[in-house]
Design a protein around this ligand. Sequence first.
Ligand SMILES: OCN(O)CCCc1ccccc1
Ligand code: NI
Length: 183
Amino acid sequence: MILMDDIIREGHPTLRTKAEEVKFPLTDEVRQLAEDMLQYLINSQDPEIADKYNLRGGIGLAANQVNSLQRMFALHLTDDNGEQLSFVAINPKIVSHSVENTYLPAGEGCLSVDRNVPGYVPRHARVTVKFKTIDGEEKKMRLKGMPAIAFQHELDHLNGIMFYDRINEKNPFADITDSTPYE
Ligand SMILES: OCN(O)CCCc1ccccc1
Ligand code: NI
């Protein structure tokens, strides 16, 4: 099982390296890693397991964060309608997005960042995404709200981008044009 010790922290070069397309069919090793990443999120959201293994709660986890350059990330969260989203996105792409932006008024955090970095992180309010599942199935989804924000946070990781790269340096809480806070 993935533990906090397996999650690399800022300063580790893999966080700034672009992940490579995953080849299908998946090797057993890549499949296992994908499953372990999703399991980490499920464990981290279970109070007993998280407490027992000292896991930081997360709704997403990208391969870079466990020192792998496979182009995939796991998401495990409930959307605005209470729908459970739980999947590994392999070779994910944003195929289109809204002009409108959004951001979390409380800012963002990251399992690979052991400090608070205040400021608004501008994200597309709505995204249409494509990816393959562990079983090689092509998926196309329209996301908004927290799922949209999380998908973009994870996809950034696959491109070596950290959430604070997107915060306005001069004024971290500057009004983000064309945007509505996600509250
Ligand atoms: O990359 C995953 N991660 O570091 C865990 C937190 C993910 C996250 C996603 C959206 C908004 C805030 C935090
Ligand atoms: Ni992160």
